[in-house]
Design a protein around this ligand. Structure first.
Ligand code: ATR
Length: 269
């Protein structure tokens, strides 16, 4: 059976992951069968079982399934265990091994591509779902001095802040206070998928502020528009993070790491 790979999520029609993995395969001379499969929280486990029966050897998992994927893994890599979130599944006997490549993907894009170093910075993280959890641990590892996690459901933000330790603080977006200055604002919510305008009263932005959305394409636009209007010096989407996390997943499945720069350049044009 031809090994198959896929990305699961909802919505998924917009996903660039099949294009990225196909480009990696072409670059390295590896035939890659990688598709996008629409699945919400309830239909994800049966869809993943059917995928395995059809030759599925590896999968990526995106919104809103990263914590669900974590729960159904039969074994976990260290990165996934720490952050409680899985974006990469590797077939392992009759089960799945889970890993999280989002954190390393975020840092590679932030630091290496955009020159934004979180070390010593005060960071506001919006969201507390699976993607936010991976981002939060990566930012903590990169040496942020203060991490405020603002989430609509404050209990999720509190659980994440507790796991991170004293540098992290939880609140709702409405609790944010203009006296708190942030060097970096990272949007890890799914709010952009609604298409509604992004607002964040109570947050002061200056030309020294960098804004980063983990989403890309239309989903990132409301946050990027707000960032520009608010006067942020830098505002970038997560297309580069997508390519970097994909390269890490590719290496886990195929044992070789692709060059991400030509693929990122192709997607930007
Ligand atoms: P993922 O695992 O991919 O991060 P998720 O677990 O569904 O997906 O998390 C989505 C995040 O976006 C959560 O922080 C969610 O807030 P809640 O925890 O309160 O649900 C946030 N989110 C989704 N839609 C939102 C919206 N319209 N406004 C603000 N936050 C939103």
């Amino acid at each position: 059976m031809t090994p198959r790979y896929a990305v699961f999520g909802q919505p998924i029609a917009h996903s660039q992951s099949p294009r990225i993995h196909s480009a990696f395969g072409t670059q390295l001379g590896i035939a890659v069968d990688y598709r996008a499969i629409e699945a919400g929280r309830d239909d994800f486990p049966p869809a993943l079982d059917a995928f395995a029966r059809a030759g599925g050897r590896g999968a990526n998992v995106t919104l809103p399934l990263k914590e669900e994927a974590f729960a159904l893994c039969t074994s976990l890599g260290e990165r996934a265990r720490r952050c409680g979130s899985v974006n990469t599944l590797i077939r392992d006997g009759d089960g799945w091994r889970g890993d999280s490549t989002d954190g390393v993907g975020l840092l590679r894009d932030l630091q290496d591509r955009h020159g934004i170093d979180p070390h010593g910075r005060r960071v506001l993280l919006l969201g507390a779902g699976g993607a936010a959890r991976a981002a939060a641990f990566a930012l903590a590892d990169a040496g942020v001095i203060r991490l405020v996690i603002a989430n609509r459901t404050v209990e999720r933000a509190e659980a994440l802040a507790d796991a991170l330790g004293p540098r992290a603080h939880a609140c709702t977006p409405g609790d944010l206070d203009a006296t708190d200055r942030f060097d970096l604002i990272v949007n890890a919510t799914a709010a952009g998928h609604t298409g509604a305008a992004f607002t964040l009263p109570g947050v002061r932005v200056s030309p020294a502020t960098a804004c980063y959305d983990l989403s890309y394409g239309k989903a990132a636009q409301p946050f990027l528009d707000w960032s520009h209007d608010a006067g942020a010096g830098t505002a970038v989407d997560g297309l580069g993070m997508l390519v970097e996390q994909a390269a890490e997943s590719f290496a886990l499945w195929h044992g070789v790491r692709p060059d991400t720069n030509p693929v990122y350049a192709m997607l930007r044009t």
